[in-house]
Ligand binder design. Structure first.
Ligand SMILES: *Cc1c(COP(=O)(O)O)cnc(C)c1O
Length: 392
């Protein structure tokens, strides 16, 4: 089908809930994508930080195929090897105690919020259910995670929202103190606010919040749906902030493109959710878990060091453009935000796309870069050359 045919079909039969790029992607290989006309693009999106191993990765595809031919799905009413092995890998790599598996980031965050409320209920009884989240955060699109998201424009239309969220300013400990109270059970935050504009939190702020949580017996809930699973150059970003969360969520990159997500709880929280408290029909799916195993096998210490080095190369390369359209570059590993000035971030994204480079936007004025973690230095340089053409 041609682009115009696909677009017409989409507009006639799909609910129009997305502003799509004027492009239909047909296939990919590594960090390159090809549209329906065969034009090649360097991909700095990886879905939205999902395709950590790039496209058409042989080991990944083989693991999914082999698992599909063995056991494609089985309910959580039975034991099965793939998710148990994956949980072991995640626990060992994170210093946490146990894993729960679902299917998406929002669902993972919902589960994490449920865990925090039950922890507090079990210990203190009712009335201690408020979760402090940060302004400019993003935690998902369910009714509860929309309310957890600290941006007013997400709190429209869908009333009534779930109660029990209060918002504080990022990097402002006083603001956390101001939101405190006897009704609080947890603080929930991203360590780099992704959708909100790729804003890394300050390490001293994060550590101070962790200390406050320990003091008040609030749970420290870290949303690593975007930052987790190698994206920032460590398995989880919190490992670079020298903190240990009570619960941490993951999703986007975990299965390299299959829908998968979940959370890890520490020793203190491992028995909070018991039989009947939480569950998922698809969660822990064997094919997704097999794919996740390949992703985790790939994230060796050497590979993670390369993610950090490649992120540095990309960041330095953008700074070296000395582009009048760039106000600054932020981020960690292969999660970078480029401040855009002199045109809108969407205009810049479209111009880059027309020249063969795919990027994302975030916040009001940020170009967001989340390349596949396997991207080569050569592909990074190709992307930089396109940026130089468009932005100098
Ligand atoms: C993407 C994202 C979510 C939502 O994940 P879905 O899989 O779309 O539900 C939640 N939190 C963060 C930090 C995200 O980046």
């Amino acid at each position: 089908m041609t682009f115009e045919e696909i677009k017409a079909l989409d507009h006639q039969y799909v609910l129009q809930t997305y502003t799509r790029n004027e492009l239909a992607i047909d296939h990919g290989k590594g960090a390159k994508l090809y549209d329906t006309e065969g034009k090649e693009y360097i991909d700095f999106t990886a879905g939205i930080g999902v395709c950590s191993l790039g496209y058409a990765n042989e080991r990944w595809a083989r693991a999914i195929y082999d698992q599909a031919m063995k056991l494609g799905h089985i309910s959580n009413l039975f034991y099965a090897e793939p998710y148990a092995k994956l949980a072991k890998r995640l626990v060992e790599g994170s210093g946490m105690a146990g894993a729960f598996f679902g299917n998406s980031g929002a669902e993972a965050n919902e589960g994490m919020i449920k865990l925090a409320r039950k922890y507090s209920y079990d210990k203190y009884g009712r009335g201690r259910a408020t979760v402090i989240t940060l302004k400019n955060s993003f935690h998902g699109r369910t009714i509860t995670t929309l309310k957890a998201t600290g941006q007013d424009h997400f709190h429209e239309f869908f009333f009534p929202f779930t109660e029990g969220f209060r918002y504080a300013n990022a990097n402002d400990l006083e603001s956390i103190h101001a939101a405190a109270g006897d009704d609080v059970c947890a603080v929930m935050m991203e360590l780099i606010q992704g959708e909100g504009g790729v804003n890394p939190l300050q390490k001293d702020f994060v550590q101070a919040v962790a200390a406050l949580c320990a003091e008040k017996d609030w749970l420290l809930l870290i949303d690593e749906v975007q930052t987790g699973i190698g994206r920032t150059g460590t398995l989880f970003a919190y490992q670079q902030f020298d903190i240990q969360p009570d619960v941490v969520t993951f999703a986007k990159g975990i299965a390299g493109g299959l829908p998968f997500g979940g959370f890890l709880a520490n020793e203190k929280c491992r028995n909070v959710l018991g039989p009947g408290n939480h569950g998922s029909t698809f969660g822990g799916n064997p094919m997704a878990a097999a794919a996740g195993q390949v992703v985790l096998d790939t994230l060796t210490p050497d590979f993670l060091a390369q993610v950090r080095a490649k992120g540095e190369r990309l960041k330095k390369g953008i700074e070296a453009l000395r582009s009048p359209y760039v106000s600054g570059v932020r981020g960690m590993g292969l999660m970078l935000g480029v401040g855009v000035q002199g045109m809108t971030h969407k205009e810049l994204r479209d111009r880059l796309m027309a020249n063969g480079l795919l990027t994302l936007t975030a916040g009001k004025d940020t170009l967001r870069l989340l390349p596949p973690l396997v991207i080569s230095e050569e592909e990074i340089d190709q992307g930089l050359a396109i940026m130089a053409r468009v932005m100098q």
